[in-house]
Design a protein around this ligand. Structure first.
Ligand code: FES
Length: 184
């Protein structure tokens, strides 16, 4: 049976998508870039990082585009001041507890976090405060693990569970103390 289609507007561009598709998917179809960090299609769709927010023009509501279904006639704005400010604030909160020694980081030239920060024009973090510090785990020859680089997007947790069917790692602890750790 053919999928039911709906039409909506992304920055005044009309697009047609399948009913149930997200706003993020509709924006891709309209050729509009929306930054994402935690999102992995069909694997990690939690709405955790909130860097993908957009504004609903009729209600001025800010929503995470990666988990909000597109609706018939919806009018979505991807680049209003409110959108830019909200994305930037959410990104700065993430960076406020991140080891930002990028020049010495092994991922320096291949870092999604840095790319998104650059896209948003982030040069400084306004929310400098107490940071968490953890030892770098070099206990195996195959993996080096630096928890201070983790932004708790949980993509690794979902891939381990949904793709590998292993469930070896889970978010552990609460709030500021949360870390991704082996189960038990
Ligand atoms: Fe949408 Fe993280 S990418 S909430």
């Amino acid at each position: 049976m053919a999928e039911e289609k709906i039409k909506l507007y992304i920055d005044d561009i009309q697009v047609e998508v399948n009913k149930g598709d997200t706003i993020l998917k509709a924006a891709e179809k309209a050729g509009k870039y929306i930054p994402t960090l935690c999102y992995l299609e069909e694997i990690n769709e939690l709405g955790a990082c909130r860097v993908c927010v957009v504004e609903l023009a009729d209600s001025n509501e800010i929503v995470a585009s990666c988990i909000t279904p597109a609706e018939e006639g919806m009018r979505v704005k991807t680049n209003t001041k409110k959108v830019r400010d909200t994305r930037k604030m959410n990104m700065e909160f993430l960076l406020s507890d991140h080891d930002v020694n990028c020049t010495s980081c092994i991922r320096n030239e291949d870092c999604e976090l840095r790319e998104v920060a650059e896209f948003m024009g982030i040069r400084d973090v306004r929310f400098e405060g107490e940071k968490t510090y953890h030892e770098v785990d070099k206990s195996t020859p195959s993996i080096m693990r630096d928890p201070d680089k983790c932004i708790l997007c949980r993509r690794c947790v979902s891939v381990c569970k949904e793709v590998q069917s292993v469930k070896a790692i889970v978010p552990d602890g609460r709030g500021f103390e949360t870390m991704v750790n082996p189960s038990f």
